[in-house]
Design a binder for this molecule. Structure first.
Ligand code: FES
Length: 124
């Protein structure tokens, strides 16, 4: 594939004007955080629900390594990790966080916006 064709594909996917990116653990090789059926149902909901939402990218992950109380999801750029991201909970995550910008506190496991450890301040 040529560079121009690949760049065109990225643009067609909205890459370059994304607001948020959600990763969801689903259809795992070895389902641990939830049943394969639960993960698949959550993923199908997310795909269908986000079809009409420009600027929000979705990726199915094979395992997000928490492996408990799934489906596990993580949303960037805030770096909000969610537990129990079933189709019903994803409905809230989509409306309140992905679109509304307010994380859904009831299901948050951890926060990590990838800023890294605090850097020591330079002496003035
Ligand atoms: S199997 Fe879902 S986080 Fe590991």
């Amino acid at each position: 594939m040529s560079d121009a064709k690949l760049e065109g594909r990225a643009a067609a996917l909205g890459i370059g004007s994304l607001r948020r990116h959600i990763f969801l653990c689903a259809d795992q090789t070895e389902p641990k955080c939830c049943t394969r059926e639960e993960g698949q149902r959550a993923w199908e909901y997310l795909k269908k629900r986000l079809r009409a939402e420009p600027g929000i990218f979705r990726t199915r992950a094979n395992c997000l390594r928490l492996c408990e109380q799934g489906p596990i999801a993580v949303v960037y750029p805030e770096g909000i990790w969610y537990r129990g991201a079933t189709a019903e909970v994803l409905a809230r995550i989509v409306d309140e966080h992905l679109i509304g910008g307010r994380p859904v506190e009831d299901y948050i496991v951890a926060r990590d916006p990838l800023a890294g450890p605090a850097q020591p301040q330079e002496p003035q």
